[in-house]
Design a protein around this ligand. Structure first.
Ligand code: ADP
Ligand code: ZN
Length: 608
């Protein structure tokens, strides 16, 4: 056999020819070299980091077939379509195939006719299939979404446990395991379970430079979301909610506002769920409203925003869910509507969990989410610290706390007024009632208890009821007040209250924000000011038509990044077109003429 390690130029020309890219992303090249040298590899890279290319590119260079284990059938088809469009021979093998189609694939394996084969883990473990593989010329095994093997990951799948038999039965075949889940515990599980404890580990930074993170005080969440969506017509987004009921409710309300939105949760009939997901991928609708059930297997590269309507379950979940935005590297936003009040509904939800340990873990995770949301520090750094990554950046210019630091006010007198009021009503009333007294409400309940006669009645005039609620939540968070855990949520004083009431301590409270949505962006990270948006839209509709004809999602044809480059550089010749990132040899042949003609026509129309 000739030397397996390829020269850099060889790798680069393969990258250009099959993927249309000129440079590797960080770590890709080292990972590929190691695979070609027959070593086991463990890859940790954030979503959008370019994991697939790490096993796809060497598969083209090697002479056999790479077996790719992937958990989701829907994902396999897209990946295979995508590879084929790039001129790479690939197939998938799963229960969705007919008998005849299965035979075709088996024949391809036997005759060494494909470079990659995607299979589900349960299929791989079947003795008859394993026997087949023994007679196949295998390059190596690639385990995608490898965290599914770990109970500590966010998506444990028991079938993945069977994968240890790969090393047992094919000891001389390298394994590459890939995941975007970076906790050390999950990593240990993966290498242990796959019997690759000596694997060379590559960990990319978990920074997602193209994502902007911001938290908005949750006030009128539906209006806030609607305003946001309307400001981004035609862009794709995902809205995460806590309950199925809410998912359906919000999706319906959005539809009533003429937003193209669909619901997704595990309680919908299989058919509906599949169809809704498909319509989102195919760009028939812009928005998916979903529970956590939606996500893995969403390969759609041009999701432009993620909205958390409710609290995420953990920071890990938050990172993964927001990570579905901007796989194509273009600027995308993560918006989190936060209210401390949501904590209580979530705690009730946690109490439904059966065992005590689960409850304890869930509570601890929830607390980290609250701390994150309340923090005044850089969001990006907070997330990275969660993954134990060191950060040195002091101003990321892409989160609300860096772009728009929250102002505080001296809230000592205000807090004294609130605490006195709680004291006067003998700690027997909830937030709304206390706020009502402080703002001088004439609500029946207040009159009935003669609370309009209290000295604290109507003593706060310079803040709205909404502001006051926020202050109260902040005081709870700081331990100056507490709220009963029952359904009444009665406000009570604490050990700390006294020091504040007698003037021994001062507190700073967050200054209420007038804005609902708008945030002044400091500097856009990605400059597409030279891009022609009209041309971009036209190219998008051409892409959509071509995709529908081929029955594939649009991003399989070209990514948004590729179209934007066309709409910026206006290629005129086939050579120009070949220079656009994402245009490989085969796509050049199939698509250059169509797109060049459209660009030419557009130029003529607009030069008159
Ligand atoms: P992951 O699986 O890590 O989430 P993907 O493999 O889906 O990421 O890659 C994300 C996007 O980045 C894809 O559109 C892919 O084509 C693109 N990509 C991968 N490698 C490169 C590269 N070297 N240069 C430019 N784009 C790349
Ligand atoms: Zn920041």
């Amino acid at each position: 056999m000739s030397s397996i390690v390829r020269t850099m130029t060889q790798l680069q020309s393969t990258l250009q020819k099959y993927f249309g890219y000129t440079t590797f992303r960080p770590l890709q090249e080292e990972i590929i070299q190691n695979l070609l040298a027959q070593k086991d590899v463990f890859v940790l890279m954030p979503t959008g980091g370019g994991k697939s290319l790490c096993y796809q590119l060497p598969s083209v260079l090697l002479t056999g077939t790479t077996i790719v284990v992937s958990p989701l059938i829907s994902l396999m088809k897209d990946q295979v379509d995508s590879l084929r469009l790039n001129g790479i021979k690939a197939s998938f093998f799963n229960s969705s195939l007919s008998r005849k189609e299965q035979d075709t694939v088996l024949h391809q394996l036997e005759t060494n006719a494909i470079s990659l084969l995607y299979v589900a883990p349960e299929r791989l473990a079947r003795p008859d299939f394993l026997e087949r593989l023994k007679t196949t010329h295998i390059n190596f095994f690639a385990i995608d979404e490898a965290h599914c093997i770990s109970q500590w990951g966010h998506d444990f799948r028991p079938e993945y446990r069977q994968l240890r038999l790969l090393k047992e039965q094919f000891p001389d075949k390298p394994i590459i395991a890939l995941t975007a889940t970076a906790t050390p515990r999950v990593k240990n599980d993966i290498v242990k379970e796959l019997l690759i404890t000596d694997a060379k580990t590559y960990q990319a930074s978990f920074i997602r430079p193209n994502l902007t993170y911001r938290i908005l005080p949750k006030q009128k969440p539906f209006d806030q979301v609607l305003e946001y969506i309307k400001s981004r017509p035609g862009e794709a987004g995902i809205i995460y909610c806590q309950s199925r009921k809410k998912v359906e409710n919000i999706a319906e309300k959005l539809q009533n506002e003429h937003i193209k939105a669909l619901p997704y949760h595990a309680g919908l009939p299989d058919e509906t769920r599949k169809r809704n997901q498909e319509r989102f991928l195919r760009e028939d609708v812009d928005v998916i409203v979903a529970t956590v059930a939606f996500g893995m297997g969403i390969n759609k590269s041009n999701v432009r925003y993620i909205i958390h309507y409710d609290l995420p379950q953990s920071l890990e979940h938050y990172y993964q869910e927001t990570g579905r935005a901007g796989r194509d590297g273009l600027p995308s936003e993560c918006l989190f509507l936060y209210s401390y009040a949501d904590k209580f509904s979530y705690e009730r939800f946690i109490l439904d969990k059966q065992n005590e340990i689960e409850q304890k873990i869930a509570k601890a995770q929830l607390q980290r989410v609250i701390d994150y949301a309340q923090s005044k520090l850089c969001r990006r750094n907070l997330l990275l610290q969660y993954f134990a990554e060191e950060t040195h950046e002091t101003n990321c210019a892409a989160c609300d706390n860096c772009n728009n630091p929250q102002e505080t006010i001296d809230g000592t007198v205000l807090a004294q007024k609130i605490l006195s009021c709680v004291y006067r009503v003998r700690e027997r009333f909830g937030i709304s009632h206390v706020v009502g007294i402080l703002t001088g409400s004439q609500a029946q309940k207040i009159m009935q208890y003669r609370h309009d006669k209290l000295s604290t009645y109507g003593i706060i005039t310079d803040y709205s009821s909404q502001d006051l609620k926020m202050f109260i939540y902040e005081l709870i968070q700081m331990g100056y007040l507490e709220q009963s855990k029952d359904q009444f949520g009665l406000l009570g004083l604490t050990q700390k209250s006294k020091a504040l009431l007698v003037g021994k301590e001062k507190v700073h409270l967050t200054k209420p924000q007038e804005r609902i949505i708008t945030i002044k962006e400091k500097k856009p990270k990605f400059d597409d000011s030279n891009m022609n948006p009209q041309l971009f839209n036209r190219l998008r509709s051409i892409r959509k038509r071509l995709a529908d004809e081929k029955n594939v999602p649009p991003y399989v044809i070209f990514s948004d990044a590729t179209l934007k480059e066309m709409a910026t550089r206006f290629p005129q010749t086939k050579d120009d077109f070949a220079d656009i990132k994402g245009v490989g040899a085969q796509k050049l042949e199939i698509y250059a003429d169509i797109f060049l003609e459209a660009i030419d026509l557009f130029t003529k129309e607009h030069s008159k």
